[in-house]
Design a protein around this ligand. Structure first.
Ligand SMILES: [Fe+2]
Length: 192
């Protein structure tokens, strides 16, 4: 993955410059990232060709990490049909943007103890489209690659290191929500 990724570097720089303050202006960050993706779609696809054909399952690749203010930038690879469980983001703010392919994002709201969840919306992201959320313990979502054949790639910006989070699953018999702690695994580093 040691390609020269000047367009990924530009995306990282936008994330860093917009990701300031406790509550960054995420719509502005989305607009700037989106513009960059639209203007350089083919070049980005070329930069990320290895990830699109990697076929190693769902993977999270670290693009950049900054301290004070804390920001993590990742590129995720989604195999065809892959869906995440409903999961939170440890109360961090976050932005997720489609780089290649299309993703469905189901948004959920959980009560502070995570005992019940409620679906609050559904979005479809094509290349350059983004979904974002402010720092909030109650926000959770479930994402799915809408393609039956192709890997999707997404850019993720979080206001911190999303090392641990929770997944939520409804049990069949009682309909209660099961909460499970998870650890994020990194497949490797992208060198922008
Ligand atoms: Fe997520």
């Amino acid at each position: 993955m040691a390609r020269h990724m000047q367009h990924l570097k530009a995306l990282r720089d936008i994330a860093f410059s917009c990701g300031v303050g406790e509550h960054p202006d995420l719509p502005s960050m989305a607009r700037e990232l989106s513009r960059m993706v639209f203007q350089n779609r083919q070049a980005l696809n070329d930069d990320l060709a290895d990830l699109r054909t990697h076929n190693k399952g769902f993977e999270r690749w670290l693009l950049a990490l900054r301290n004070k203010p804390d920001i993590t930038v990742l590129v995720n690879a989604w195999p065809a049909n892959h869906a995440t469980p409903i999961h939170d983001h440890a109360g961090l703010w976050g932005l997720e943007l489609a780089l290649h392919g299309a993703l469905e994002v189901e948004s959920w709201e959980c009560d502070p103890q995570g005992r019940s969840l409620r679906a609050v919306g559904r979005d479809w992201l094509g290349p350059g489209d983004a979904s974002w959320f402010d720092a909030d313990d109650r926000y959770a979502h479930r994402c799915r690659n809408l393609s039956r054949h192709d890997t999707a790639l997404t850019l993720h910006v979080y206001g911190g290191d999303l090392a641990q989070y929770f997944t939520y699953e409804r049990t069949g018999e009682t309909g209660q929500w099961l909460t499970r702690p998870q650890r994020s695994a990194i497949a490797g580093h992208l060198h922008a």
